[in-house]
Design a protein around this ligand. Structure first.
Ligand SMILES: *Cc1c(COP(=O)(O)O)cnc(C)c1O
Length: 486
């Protein structure tokens, strides 16, 4: 199975797609829908997460044999998760929550970013590229930390993360500036997330040349980040079977808190691989550009940007949607023209048949911050399950979709301890002190253990204090590219 840019052009191998990240025409590398391999789900149901991941990763990335994938998956995940199942499903008796936050940084990005470094290094080797790889990432909070944790001390790879000086929470900042590892650098950028992101894009465009070093990216435009996410749809399905919620072969719905459309797209790929996925419920916060798109076929980013209590979903350009349009239409010319219209005019509308196809699989709902908090409270009061703000948005969408429409797994993408202020407020508790005080208080009250990686965070030594204006980013990166040892 080969990969193609969503906007046309030549086939490339899965390894090349991972090394390059973004296609040269600006499109995203994607497989053709009809080439997606069909899995025999009965043969997968007894496997542990590692063996299951090996089968799925090698099926979707044919440059990797199953044995090779198994090795990499073990290296990527072993000893780093707080559950032996890696991504357990919590069944409260009422709802099922797929806990994707048991990894080293307590957000679901870990599921992909633990494995991506290994896939990238091996892919580079398979492509005969023996340069060192320098990963550049701009982050609004969760991605940067998860990427550094994934790439730390991986030989042959270095990573620089840029975060907006005034745009991340105290917990997120402290998680990043205390990052250990000989190959990581974290740098604050004066400005907001867009300033940091544009700065990184400019560096890629100007492509600074240093012999022996190539640049790459760790954000969700890389197919190597998407593939590892397909696995947990399968493992969650088998968990629902074990819990007696469904029988093998019956459909299962999934409600997914969505930003860049990567997570939910992985669910669609699982569906294409033969997993009996019912409906995929796309849950958004007040930045509801996807809700409108799925309900009307019109994508329109010309709207106010809202800063919400589910910040990892505060996004108006949902890049992986481009992959869905390609998978469902098979028409790269159409995708290229829609994307150029989006860039030039800020909006596009898909043809009626394509909208019909999308609506046959996806439903979409959104809620505001007040409803998010009410949902956290309702889940806690009725089910004694403590969920974070992003998970709460997905729970609310599942309610709006209808509880009578069959069993549904709610994807839980972050630990509630990453957003203690909003969670405390939702529960009607006193929010005195800083975020660290609130984390401790939340633990006392809820008796839900705080993730070890967040414990003692406040006291952790600050190892990174670089601060730059956006204009200074290229020189900073160029300088770091030339230093053999950091
Ligand atoms: C990134 C993120 C999301 C959104 O995932 P996408 O793949 O971008 O749709 C949801 N919740 C949390 C906590 C995240 O970090």
């Amino acid at each position: 199975m080969n990969y193609f840019s969503t906007r046309g052009g030549e086939a490339v191998s899965s390894a090349k797609a991972i090394v390059e990240g973004l296609a040269p025409d600006g499109g995203l590398y994607t497989m053709a829908a009809e080439a997606i391999p069909h899995m025999d789900i009965d043969a997968l149901k007894e496997l542990d997460y590692y063996a299951l991941a090996a089968k799925i990763v090698s099926a979707l990335l044919p440059d990797f044999s199953e044995a090779e994938a198994h090795e990499l998956v073990k290296l990527a995940y072993s000893g780093k998760f707080s559950s032996p199942l890696l991504a357990p499903v919590a069944d409260t008796g009422e709802d099922m929550f797929l806990e994707l936050f048991r990894g080293p940084t307590s957000a679901f990005k870990d599921m992909a970013l633990c494995l991506l470094p290994y896939l990238m290094k091996e892919s580079a080797r398979k492509c005969g590229q023996d340069d060192d790889i320098l990963i550049l990432t701009a982050t609004s909070g969760d991605t940067g930390k998860a990427a550094m944790e994934g790439f730390r001390d991986v030989p042959g790879i270095k990573i620089i993360v840029f975060y907006p000086d005034s745009g991340v929470s105290a917990v997120q900042k402290q998680q990043m500036v205390s990052q250990e590892g000989k190959n990581v650098k974290v740098c604050a950028v004066i400005g907001n997330f867009d300033d940091a992101q544009s700065g990184v894009k400019r560096i890629f465009e100007s492509a600074p040349q240093v012999p022996g070093v190539s640049l790459s990216s760790a954000n969700s435009i890389n197919i190597g980040r998407l593939v590892p996410q397909v696995v947990y749809y399968f493992s969650a399905y088998f968990a629902a079977v074990r819990y007696g919620r469904i029988k093998m072969g019956e459909k299962l719905n999934f409600s997914v808190p969505t930003g860049n459309f990567g997570d939910i797209l992985a669910g669609y790929i699982a569906d294409c691989m033969g997993l009996p996925v019912g409906r995929l419920i796309c849950a958004s916060n007040e930045n509801n550009v996807l809700t409108d798109f799925i309900n009307t076929g019109v994508y329109d980013r010309r709207r106010d940007f809202h800063k919400t209590i589910s910040p990892s979903m505060d996004i108006l350009i949902s890049s992986n949607l481009e992959r869905l349009l390609y998978l469902m239409s098979g028409d790269s010319e159409l995708v290229a023209s829609l994307m150029s219209q989006l860039k030039a005019e800020g909006h596009y509308q898909v043809p009626a048949e394509l909208l019909e196809k999308i609506q046959a699989k996806f439903s979409a709902y959104c809620c505001d911050d007040a409803q998010t908090k009410e949902s956290i409270r309702a889940v806690w009061d009725k089910q004694h399950y403590l969920c974070d703000t992003h998970t709460a948005v997905a729970w609310k969408a599942a309610q709006d979709f209808g509880r009578d429409k069959g069993p549904c797994v709610i994807l839980s993408t972050a630990s509630p301890y990453k957003f203690p202020a909003a969670v405390m407020e939702a529960l009607g508790l006193d929010c005195a002190g800083d975020e660290y005080d609130m984390m401790e208080k939340l633990e006392q009250i809820s008796a839900v253990p705080m993730p070890e990686n967040l414990r003692g965070l406040k006291e952790r030594k600050v190892l990174h204090n670089d601060l730059l204006a956006p204009e200074a980013m290229p020189d900073y990166v160029f300088g770091k590219m030339k230093e053999a040892k950091w």
